[in-house]
Design a protein around this ligand. Sequence first.
Ligand code: DX5
Ligand code: ZN
Length: 214
Amino acid sequence: MVMISPSILSADFSRLCDEIKLCERGGADLLHLDVMDGHFVPNITFGPVVIKSIRKCTKLPFEAHLMIERPDKYVRDFVNAGSDIILVHREIKISIEDVLRKIRDHGAEPGIAINPETPFEKVKKYLDSVEYLLIMGVHPGFSGQSFINSTLEKIKEARNYIESEKLDVKIEVDGGVKHHNAREIVDAGASVLVAASAIFRGNVEDNIKRFKKL
Ligand code: DX5
Ligand code: ZN
């Protein structure tokens, strides 16, 4: 079963709790929280304080997608704020092993994310210590960009590798996921679809249900 994880980046932040409840009603499986620090990516969003306050709005599991240079410094804060899954980027300059271990030690599920220009090869050695591999379909930083089609090849490569090694890792695809390309992305091997603009533009509940039907 393919899971849908709405990214609140395209939600109306003045009524965030209502938007999140609509996601729940539409049948979302997770809630995707894009955390940006203005260094790792050229944009700034929100952090643990906001996550803690929206924790009251829903029972959906939270996945914190940390697009920040030093996730190691904030693992405890993100877990205490209510994050169930924490995704860090392969491209950060600190020890990936240490930060993944720290996430697990604090009781959350670790995941690793890769940017479009990072080859799949670069994450292989971490896959036996994560629950999720998040493959970016756009350059991180903003919602509403178009899906980079070469990502499909990377998803297939990851799927083949995960199956051949019998690893228990879910492939998430994030960025540019729309109703028109969801089928293709799932066929390539994705089991979690993250979407911001395709869900929060228009009717949130219907948009999620349409994804689920595909
Ligand atoms: C981009 C974020 C994505 C983004 C997706 O840096 O990681 O989660 O919100 O937005 P859409 O679905 O509009 O491409
Ligand atoms: Zn994201």
